[in-house]
Design a protein around this ligand. Structure first.
Ligand code: 2U9
Length: 357
């Protein structure tokens, strides 16, 4: 009896895990376990022997069962402690910094321009970037033999073999959007058309894709005077210069008559540009009264309606406002480059308290 007790209590104390413990339970107190077999032997004993051995065996069985339960609990405790140790997490460590994106400067400037014209009653129109040559050229009073077609450095789309219709083009300006807008809604109309345009050109001041915003206002008696006010109002708001001064120089575009290029007063001191002061002038946009032929092409009767149009290069405007010298910085470069030129809108706080990458 004592031997059994020693054997099992010792083995239970030494058991390494639950399966070993279960094995011991079967060996000791399972149906065919040693203690159970001993209990079965009670039947063959004398009543006196049974009286003595019965309670002892029962006590042994109870003792083994309690030892098994205690050891099982101890093993579970140890396993939990080991998990808590291994899976420990330092919640006070700082988070991993993430690179964060920002709105592209050209998109930001487009939004600024759109908001200013929206305040003056202009809605926004959009159109396809692949255009027919009629919408891109003919409707704008640029017939096939017109030299302006060459000046536009047009990208032509290819046609299928044997298809001799004139090829489509990547739009060279957003003017076709306004032709479409006039065809759809007629006059009166006040729209701007911001978007991508394409010309086959690449140097410090030209990229093959750039952005324009063009404006159009058609009414019964809209004049150059209205054009001047709208453009002055725009420049005052965009460059944040109160008494902004503009200079209108006579020019020529096929789609406007008369036409004017518009310069803004500026100064170049120590290589840095200041808008709105000084003795220099810088060209910022083109404009004019919409040519009667253009109105006719768009289905608007030029004997009843007239108005102005203008075109602005958005990328160039963004460069002027934020002092970026090379247009290619917008498309070839990385953010460090733009930040170098002080494009402060890039400095967006991150959730980690620093500035975005
Ligand atoms: C319609 C009729 C007339 C839009 C105009 C200009 C003058 C102009 C340039 C500015 C910088 C192009 O991006 S740029 O190089 N644009 O000088 N654009 S008048 O005239 C229109 C437009 C639409 C129906």
């Amino acid at each position: 009896m004592d031997e059994l007790r020693q054997k099992y209590l010792g083995a239970i104390a030494d058991a390494a895990d639950e399966p070993a413990l279960e094995e011991l339970r079967l060996q000791a107190v399972g149906k065919k376990g040693e203690v159970s077999l001993k209990m079965r032997e009670l039947g063959r004993m004398t009543p006196e022997e049974r009286q003595e051995m019965g309670p002892k065996l029962n006590a042994l069985k109870d003792e083994i069962n309690s030892a098994l339960a205690a050891k099982k609990a101890a093993l579970a405790d140890a396993a939990l402690n080991e998990r808590l140790r291994a899976e420990w997490l330092d919640v006070t460590l700082p988070g991993r910094p993430r690179r964060q994106g920002t709105i592209h400067p050209v998109s930001q400037v487009t939004d600024e321009i759109t908001a200013i014209f929206a305040d003056m009653g202009f809605s926004v129109a959009e159109g396809p970037q692949i255009e027919s040559d009629w919408f891109n050229f003919d409707a704008l009073n640029i017939p096939p033999e017109h030299p302006a077609r060459q000046e536009h450095d047009t990208f032509f789309m290819s046609r299928a073999e044997g298809d001799h219709r004139p090829p489509h083009v990547l739009r060279t300006h957003t003017s076709p959007v306004q032709i479409r807008a006039m065809q759809e809604t007629g006059a009166p109309i006040r729209v701007i058309a911001p978007g991508r345009v394409y010309r086959c050109d690449y140097d410090q001041t030209h990229t093959p894709m750039f952005h324009q915003v063009e404006g159009l206002a058609i009414g019964r008696d809209i004049s150059m005077a209205n054009l001047k006010w709208v453009l002055e109002e725009f420049c005052r708001a965009f460059f944040e210069v109160e008494g902004v001064e503009l200079r209108f120089r006579a020019s020529h575009f096929p789609f406007t008559e008369p036409s004017a290029e518009v310069d803004i007063r500026c100064s170049w001191a120590d290589g840095s540009l200041k808008i709105g002061e000084g003795d220099d002038w810088m060209e910022i946009l083109g404009s004019g009264m919409v040519h009667p032929k253009v109105l006719s092409a768009a289905g608007v009767d030029p004997s009843q309606w007239q108005g102005f149009a203008f075109g602005i290069g958005i990328d160039r405007l963004a460069m002027l406002k934020y002092g970026i010298p090379d247009l290619r910085a917008f498309f070839d470069s990385d953010l460090r480059w733009l930040r170098h030129y002080g494009f402060s809108a890039l400095d967006v706080p991150t959730l980690q308290g620093g500035l975005s990458a």
